[in-house]
Design a protein around this ligand. Structure first.
Ligand code: HEC
Length: 271
């Protein structure tokens, strides 16, 4: 009886082990690489890293970890990386934060199946097999959503420029020109709901350049008032565009945004 029980326990342990020893998939756009727990733990650059205020465990933690930068050979600072957890959670992290490593440093903590980490809680379960932790997170204002645990894969996301070339301003313009600044504002504040030149994922609002740019048919003062409060221009109950106050969009941002939209009115692409 006891022996049978022991055998059952061993079986349960054996079944549980593969859950810990796992694979991490990294795809930076030129072929997929797979790292196993054993390979990562055996690397010469693996270190013991102390994290004084761990985001997932909410206390000091110590991990066996590999510098994340070393696993991202070929990623450029302009890339966005998607970190996907086994439960489907996906975090986007700018590659610049990891590869430039100015101040904060990202580490891939690797759970050793022979020394498992404590459980996070009953719902979240185990933080392993892989967890991105940061030393000196304050230096680069690393937020809690940039500590993905239960990590399964890291993939390079194609940039907006690659996916939607028709929304790009004239490439000859300097990065700090008002048009380029306005382009950044547009991507952050408008592009989630509006397409431009027919490109983008948004399906909510009308295209902001074709057939006509609002800068061509809206008087400038009314356009400005519209963005602050769409109901100030036309009023109807089911209108869905939100207003942007000065906290969400400074006067400078609004100036730059209009400069970008005017510039794009001269760069129409008919789909
Ligand atoms: C949350 C979604 C959302 C965001 C964000 C958004 N819009 Fe809109 N926008 C809409 C919708 C929906 C409409 C259609 C009218 C309505 O339902 O309010 C609209 C209408 C417009 C119109 C009027 C077009 C016309 O001729 O009637 C303009 C101009 C416009 N948006 C510009 C912008 C700009 C510029 C930004 C960024 C600062 C922006 N929108 C951000 C959803 C959005």
């Amino acid at each position: 009886m006891i022996r049978a029980l022991r055998r059952l326990c061993l079986l349960a342990l054996w079944l549980a082990l593969p859950l810990h020893a796992a694979d991490l998939v990294i795809d930076l756009g030129h072929g997929t690489k797979t790292y196993t727990t054993a390979q990562l733990l055996a690397r010469s650059d693996a270190r013991d890293v102390t994290i004084p205020a761990d985001v997932a465990f909410k206390r000091a933690m110590r991990y066996r970890a590999v510098p994340l930068k070393a696993l991202l050979d070929g990623a450029s600072p302009g890339d966005t990386l998607q970190f996907v957890a086994s439960d489907g959670f996906a975090a986007q992290i700018s590659a610049a934060l990891i590869v430039r490593a100015q101040g904060s440093q990202a580490w891939l903590a690797v759970e050793d199946p022979t020394h498992p980490w404590p459980t996070l809680d009953e719902i979240k379960g185990d933080a392993g097999p892989f967890y991105v932790v940061w030393t000196d997170p304050e230096a680069m204002k690393i937020g809690p959503e940039q500590w993905p645990f239960q990590l399964a894969s890291i993939r390079r996301q194609p940039s907006v420029a690659e996916r939607f070339p028709a929304i790009l301003p004239d490439p000859a313009l300097k990065a700090d020109s008002p048009v380029q600044r306005g382009f950044v504002v547009f991507q952050h504040t408008c592009f989630a709901c509006h397409t431009l030149n027919g490109q983008g994922d948004a399906k909510l609002g009308p295209d902001l350049n074709i057939p006509h740019s609002p800068t061509e048919y809206l008087r400038e003062d009314l356009f400005r008032a519209y963005i602050r409060d769409p109901q100030a221009l036309r009023h109807w109950p089911q209108a869905r565009m939100p207003g942007f106050d000065r906290k969400a969009l400074s006067d400078q941002d609004l100036d730059d945004l209009l400069t970008y939209l005017r510039h794009m009115a001269g760069r129409k692409v008919q789909p």
